[in-house]
Design a protein around this ligand. Sequence first.
Ligand code: ADP
Ligand code: MG
Length: 408
Amino acid sequence: MIRSKKCEHPRNMIEHNHEAYLKQKKAVVEEFEEQFGLAPFWLVAAPSRVNLIGEHIDYCDGFVLPLAINRYIMIAAAPNGTSQANLISTLFPDEPAMVMLDENPEAGAPHWANYIRGVLDGFRKKGFWPLPGFDALIHSTIPLGAGLSSSAAIEVAAATMVEGLLGIDINPKNKALLCQRAEHKFAGVPCGIMDQFASVFGKKDHLILIDCRSEEAQAIPFADDSVEVIIADTKVQHELSDGSYSNRRKQTEIALSILGKKSWREVSMAELEAQQDHMSDVVYRRARHVVTEIDRTQKAAMALARGKTHEVGELMAASHKSLRDDFEVSCKELDIMVEAAWAIGQSGGVLGSRMTGGGFGGSTVTIALADQAEAVMDEMRRRYQEETGIEPYIFATRAVGGVRLEEL
Ligand code: ADP
Ligand code: MG
């Protein structure tokens, strides 16, 4: 078979945990060869993300400050000369999917392939249709159910794979928005823009400050070699029957209308306090979270941009308390994990810790001194396990680059 010359896109080099990256890449290529009987042409790696601060304010015109992390969805792919896409995921080995590329994609079984169908439909809407046929093998190292956004990573990986297939580069922002649309329309999840933006715009040694009002992303230097980001999956996800997420959204909308403002970005704490008597205690506390969290996220970005990593700890603690007490989206397990990190404290190498993601379970995010990170993880694991009886999944990362495409 004729193979194209090796040509690595220089977009982002991933150094942290590079061995694991190379191991995953090798496994994906081998599995592709095993499944499809030929070598892949392209290898795409799309990272997942964790949000450092700025929680539950993406739908309030706020700011979020995620980083892309060293866990990836990888896709190995090659053209197959037909008019169909053959998709295999190592996560669902018994559920291969086939998509006809000369018909309008529709959601269907298997469910996991809907994220990719949605992405293909996005290209159709942009006029790239029918697409040439291809085979694709999907593999992930993103922990399941940890709230680290594997769905966005699979969308961004698929969209980047299609760019390779077509030999085009679409505008990165439009690519992220195409992926968000796939999640809305084909998975039925009305997500914000953070996850897809983080996977696309992730930059080695940088955080991504996303302005959810203007939908603009800005890279904030986070290159301090002396710190690591620790992600601790509590391994619990409480199913709440009261539609908590839509409740919270509704309460913030009520508050904004009482305040008579069009956007939360126009609301100061003084203005909120002046209206306190006109809203219920619950609505007031929800609003207080939004106003203070928007402020904290901007302050955290500014502190980090100046290399003042130590100043972020207090902001992270205040964020957690606000989510726990005012927004009421934490849970016992998240509190235990965060308190375990707080108890270790600065002397033990912890600079800051908070819950991350939607809440009611999932993960916490902690900034720790690199030379003490192993000990911090051990101690967090020990304390959490002692108090809950649950073995958590804890790992460390640095900020890695966004999605990359390699021609093999
Ligand atoms: P997350 O917080 O990880 O994004 P979601 O429920 O939004 O959680 O998305 C998880 C879904 O994404 C899975 O149920 C599956 O449908 C899809 N998915 C994630 N990883 C893979 C994978 N490796 N292969 C196929 N589908 C995947
Ligand atoms: Mg998701």
